[in-house]
Design a protein around this ligand. Structure first.
Ligand SMILES: [Mg+2]
Length: 236
């Protein structure tokens, strides 16, 4: 391993934790005064979210503008309950964004692993899909920029994983061949299969221990914690 690329959301950062609680809390502030039952609203959001993110084309278009995506999810959920959104969708999206931001944390193993890899002099790249301002805000808040020689953010770069242009760009900046680089992430298609198609070694972080189930993707390695990367010998 001469260089290591890392995904951000749900790899370094606990991004999905607290999603339902944040929608519920937003609902308490915005829906309850409008006479909408909060748990009914939350159930509608859960169903809407599943539908909204299930379409790859919609996913690609919407994930680079998350405030808009959240507002659309809120509007669709309210419509499915027969409630006029009338500004309620925008208020819910704002409340949700604030709550979500407040509960977001790095995983406990993230900073110590980054520190360890930096001490060993392994060049690091951050490769993240999504909204430029949201991703920049996370990088800034958690002081991540100093760890990385290169950061490729979909909303800035104009392409996202699993497009191999993303991996080519990151490795070009690091001056490392694909076969000498590892990519670590939680998404089997974007992070593991996408990088392995170009010749990198894809490491799947399976924090919950879900296993591959019926996925055809074969990661080079499967880890449960980023700490497992600190025992990997580097090739100078
Ligand atoms: Mg991820």
């Amino acid at each position: 391993m001469k260089a290591l690329l890392l995904d951000l959301d749900d790899t370094l950062l606990d991004y999905s934790g607290g999603v339902d609680e944040s929608w519920r809390d937003a609902g308490k502030v915005c829906c309850a005064p409008a006479g909408v039952d909060v748990e009914t609203f939350l159930q509608a959001v859960v169903e809407t979210r599943r539908w909204f993110w299930s379409d790859p084309a919609r996913h690609r278009e919407e994930r680079v503008n998350m405030p808009r995506a959240w507002q659309r999810i809120a509007a669709h959920a309210l419509s499915s309950l027969g409630v006029a959104h009338d500004g309620l969708d925008a208020a819910l999206s704002r409340e949700y964004a604030a709550r979500r931001r407040a509960v977001m944390r790095l995983f406990p193993d993230a900073r110590e692993t980054l520190d360890h890899l930096r001490r060993r002099g392994i060049p690091l790249g951050l490769v993240t899909n999504g909204d430029a301002s949201q991703q920049r805000d996370k990088i800034e808040r958690f002081g991540l920029a100093p760890y990385f020689e290169v950061m490729v953010i979909e909303g800035e770069f104009g392409a996202g994983k699993p497009d191999e242009a993303v991996y080519r760009h990151a490795l070009g900046r690091l001056g490392v061949a694909p076969r000498d680089a590892w990519m670590v992430g939680d998404h089997l298609e974007f992070d593991v299969d996408g990088s392995q198609r170009l010749g990198l070694r894809g490491v799947w972080i399976d924090r919950p221990g879900a296993g591959l189930a019926d996925s055809p993707v074969r990661p080079y390695r499967i880890i449960r914690s980023l700490r497992e990367l600190t025992t990997q010998p580097a090739t100078p």
